[in-house]
Design a protein around this ligand. Structure first.
Ligand SMILES: Cc1ncc(COP(=O)(O)O)c(C=O)c1O
Length: 387
């Protein structure tokens, strides 16, 4: 049996995988069993910020692995303490809770918001989320995810989650009451089709939250860690959330999630309220520390901004009546087509370019943050053939 057959026989059937098996990777490319090279504009779904085999991350992982892989949260370790310090110093938040994925970071935010409502707002427990959003696949986060296709078959969902329309402030106002403790929003809806929030929408959300003692929670699992040209996307918008969730790129491929909050919110949690055996894993945190140091030393964010603008410029040179819109921020970019993008994704793959969809009609480009203009040129020439 080859690897695909093995997996198809023994791994539970929850993903529709492409018929590709990767055996190696270097820089911004992956290699299949036959040695064929693929330029990776997916980064493992917005994860591999520094591409593959980044020396600093590799060395940080090795160094920590030679000491120990895991100790649990019964004890202190240097990587988790230092990473929290870095995240706090580079954001508007005061404290960090570690999880292992985006869904878990959101689950932690959900619980923290409920605990805040319990302590500070007469038990307010309602949470407003946005239609067309994506927040994960656990029961609470799939409830937050405002798309029926992800929820179907899993009822009853978690109680007291309400849905507003993204970028429509009136729809949010209609749901506000004394029972609401938090509003969840992605600053750019990723899975929903790469739709950026309007700056006024986020500003007005902030105002509503301030006026009603409601927590503003940004899910930056996909937009975070440099993807949009700032460490976190809220820094582009000049709106500070009270809680922010991060995962995906944070560990450069090692599983890690973080839920960050301002002290007045974080204080609602006390020992015993929330926990994770693996949360703050030393190897994952060592990788995240190395990533943030690389951001500083190599000025990765300037590359994101420069190459991101170049990518959009070049996409605009593709002359096709099938293109409806080109949009994005930094290296989180999408082309909306008039038709479904499934075939385009497969044809690009056959020609050695990996891209993914975001919703049915958007091709999503979330390459490693270290790609060059030459990589963009290569991708564009394949796209021009395919679209
Ligand atoms: C905005 C957002 N939130 C949460 C998640 C869930 O993250 P994970 O798959 O790590 O649980 C995702 C994953 O795509 C996401 O894009």
């Amino acid at each position: 049996m080859n690897i695909k057959q093995l997996a198809d026989n023994f791994v539970m059937n929850t993903y529709s995988r492409f018929p590709l098996t990767f055996v190696d990777a270097k820089g911004v490319c992956l290699y299949d069993e036959n040695g064929k090279e693929y330029l990776d504009f997916t980064s493992g779904i917005a994860v591999n910020a520094l591409g593959y085999s980044n020396e600093a991350v590799l060395n940080a992982a090795k160094e920590q692995m030679e000491k120990f892989f895991h100790t649990s949260n019964l004890y202190y370790t240097e990587p988790m303490a230092k990473l929290a310090q870095k995240l706090v110093e580079k954001t508007c938040f005061d404290k960090v809770f570690y999880a292992n994925s985006g869904a878990e970071a959101n689950e932690a935010a959900f619980k923290l918001a409920r605990k805040y409502g319990y302590l500070n707002k007469n038990g307010a427990s309602k949470i407003i989320s946005m239609k067309n959003s994506f927040h994960g696949r656990t029961l609470a986060t799939v409830t937050l995810t405002g798309q029926e296709k992800y929820q179907k078959g899993f009822s009853p969902l978690v109680e007291n989650v309400l849905y507003a329309t993204f970028n429509n402030i009136e729809s949010v106002k209609e749901l506000i009451s004394d029972d609401v403790c938090a509003i969840f929003v992605e600053p750019i809806q990723g899975e929903g089709g790469l739709l950026p929030a309007k700056p006024e929408f986020l500003k007005e959300l902030r105002q509503i939250c301030d006026d009603n003692n409601i927590l503003l929670i940004f899910d930056e699992v996909q937009t975070g860690v440099g993807r949009t040209g700032k460490l976190y996307c809220y820094q582009n918008y000049d709106v500070e959330p009270d809680i922010l969730t991060s995962a995906k790129a944070l560990g450069c491929g090692m599983p890690i999630g973080a839920m960050m909050a301002k002290d007045f919110v974080a204080n609602a949690f006390e020992p015993g309220n929330h926990a994770s055996t693996f949360g703050g894993n030393p190897v994952a945190c060592a990788c995240a520390n190395a990533l943030i140091d690389e951001f500083d030393e190599k000025d990765i964010l300037s590359n994101v901004n420069e190459v991101g603008v170049y990518l959009i410029e070049q996409l605009k040179t593709i002359n096709s009546p099938n293109i409806k819109d080109i949009r994005g921020l930094g290296l989180m970019v999408g082309i909306e087509l008039n038709t479904e993008v499934k075939d385009v994704v497969i044809k690009c793959m056959e020609k050695g370019l990996l891209v993914i969809n975001a919703g049915a009609k958007v091709i999503r480009f979330v390459p490693p943050l270290v790609i060059t203009k030459a990589d963009v040129d290569k991708a564009i020439s394949i796209l021009k053939e395919v679209i």
